[in-house]
Design a protein around this ligand. Sequence first.
Ligand SMILES: Nc1ncnc2c1ncn2[C@@H]1O[C@H](COP(=O)(O)OP(=O)(O)OP(=O)(O)O)[C@@H](O)[C@H]1O
Ligand SMILES: [Mg+2]
Length: 256
Amino acid sequence: MSTLALENVHKTYGRGKRTVPAVRGVSLTIEPGTTLGLIGESGSGKSTLGRICLGAERFDSGRLLVGGEDFTALSRERLAEFRRRTSIVLQEPGLALNPRRTLGESVTEPLDVHFPRLPAAERRERAEHALQLAHLDPGLWDRYPGELSGGQQQRVGIARAIVTEPEFVVLDEPTASLDLSVRGRILETMRELQERLGLAYLLITHDMATVSALAERVIVLYKGTAVETGEWRRVRNDPQAEYTRTLLSAVLTMRT
Ligand SMILES: Nc1ncnc2c1ncn2[C@@H]1O[C@H](COP(=O)(O)OP(=O)(O)OP(=O)(O)O)[C@@H](O)[C@H]1O
Ligand SMILES: [Mg+2]
């Protein structure tokens, strides 16, 4: 896909006296096929920024650019294409999935939304292909989320996210609810998918091992402001902002 960018975006929730500034003047660029990590404490505006990048959240000022074109100026066709070419994987796979939908129904749903006229056989074929890419057995087609493990549920979330052949995927804490052994394998799958499908990721996470596994560049957010931006290796080894140092040392202390 085309490069995705935010230019000086501001976003405040609420009105009047009860306002919450969530994003204060953030700019970022995500090149096709690359991963930008978004790190920062709870409430720093990460998920809000993720939704803004998907064109799924209004903001007060600044611009969302898709291939250099202002999001608000996209033609109806380009907008529909953008929706097809973007998706999100959420943290709690158990909650993100509808408990009353089988795995097959969950994975075909995005196709029904974006390709309503797809013939049934092709619909099934595409969904099964997405399951294989996500390393899920198509034999699980009729299972409900409650009959799947946490790792399998997250793989359903991944299959759903890739079934429309997107080019940009927001990963919002994709491994936070998984235990360590499962986490590593899910990350491996995400990396493999990035390579095979040429995906660009916006990776939102608290987990530095997850950042290391996927991200080339990171943005450190603090109270809605980007306090540091750069190559992850450099940021990790030589943080420039006071807050980045605090964030990294807090994580390191937690581990010991
Ligand atoms: N729909 C909403 N209405 C009002 N305030 C909101 C809404 N969504 C988020 N906020 C507030 O905006 C700020 C940023 O929230 P956001 O969810 O983007 O943070 P986050 O970095 O993703 O946090 P976490 O790590 O806990 O997921 C927080 O103060 C939050 O309370
Ligand atoms: Mg969040």
